[in-house]
Write a protein that binds this ligand. Structure first.
Ligand code: PAF
Length: 293
């Protein structure tokens, strides 16, 4: 596979090292991805480009963040399309590591186990961590390993995966304190559905159904903003869930604090909080979040 014009295709650790040597005086920013890129990823590239001399996008479908019954095998792998998309961006290198380079049998990756960090680990036990208990451990492992290999000046993650962003901010501050973590606002389609690689699983009718989630979240946030009592707060959330249940099976729909992810159960603490949702449309999981403002 030849990358378009000036993008370098780094498909081994040797090639990564050559690139690092070539640009040793540059700030290299990293956008970790699992491929199947969309304009949400491209906005992460733009954000990094504003802080760095060189933008590297990594593409690695990380087995450690999927459980055996999840979609690792069928996760869309669209390398050629991804390369074509990146050709029109500030990306200057695509790092496509092999599984054995990320997870070599002799590497001491256990320092990246979340359980070693009792002040961060609780953040991985709520929201997505309840139904996907393996997930954040897998994400932390791969991102830390990428940081170890690439040694970027900064890296960027999307606010759509707010819980992931928060956990990565905290763990990076501990393990890679020189790496700056940047974030980009959630990108949405014309109907406000948050962009996600998993949206590709939907047909046109399902995509239309899926827009019920952002619509309901927006309306719920508006109601919560003007809510005055704990009773009303609970009623608003209950009514929204009842509406969503017509379309989806709900994993969670709750308001939590922006920093410690503690449940917010009344309007008193709403100033630093967001509404978080995860639902299934058939087998496809959708997540989204909105600040209570
Ligand atoms: O958000 C993602 O696409 C993945 O969780 C990440 C951060 C690339 C790690 O595999």
């Amino acid at each position: 596979m030849t990358p378009s014009h000036n993008i370098q295709n780094l498909s081994s650790l040797e090639q990564l090292q050559q690139y690092q040597n070539q640009y040793k005086d540059c700030r290299i920013g990293l956008v970790p991805t699992m491929g199947n890129l969309h304009s949400g990823h491209l906005s992460l590239v733009e954000t990094v480009a504003a802080h760095c001399d060189k933008v590297m996008v990594s593409i690695f479908v990380n087995p450690a963040q999927f459980s055996p019954q999840e979609d690792f095998a069928s996760y869309p792998r669209t390398l050629e399309k991804d390369i074509a998309l990146l050709a029109n961006t500030a990306c200057s290198a695509i790092f496509i590591p092999k599984n054995e380079e990320i997870y070599p049998s002799n590497a001491a990756l256990s320092i990246y186990n979340l359980q070693n960090y009792p002040d961060v680990e609780p953040l991985s036990k709520v929201l997505c961590g309840v139904s996907r208990p393996h997930f954040f451990d897998g994400v932390v492992k791969v991102v830390c390993r990428l940081f170890e290999l690439v040694q970027p000046y900064c890296a960027c993650f999307g606010e759509k995966d707010y819980q992931q962003l928060l956990i990565l901010q905290k763990i990076t501050a501990k393990l890679f304190p020189t790496i700056k973590i940047l974030s980009s606002p959630t990108k949405r389609n014309a109907k406000k559905l948050a962009l996600s690689s998993r949206n590709n699983y939907f047909d046109a009718e399902q995509l239309e159904f899926a827009t019920q989630l952002p619509n309901c979240m927006k309306e719920t946030v508006q109601r919560l903003v003007s809510c005055q009592s704990k009773e009303q707060w609970q009623i608003i959330l209950k009514e929204a869930k009842k509406h969503l249940e017509k379309y989806f099976s709900i994993d969670y729909f709750e308001v939590r604090d922006n920093d410690d992810l503690q449940l917010v159960e009344s309007p008193n603490a709403k100033l630093n909080a967001r509404l978080f949702a995860a639902v299934y449309l058939q087998d496809v999981r959708l997540i989204d979040n909105n600040p209570i403002t």
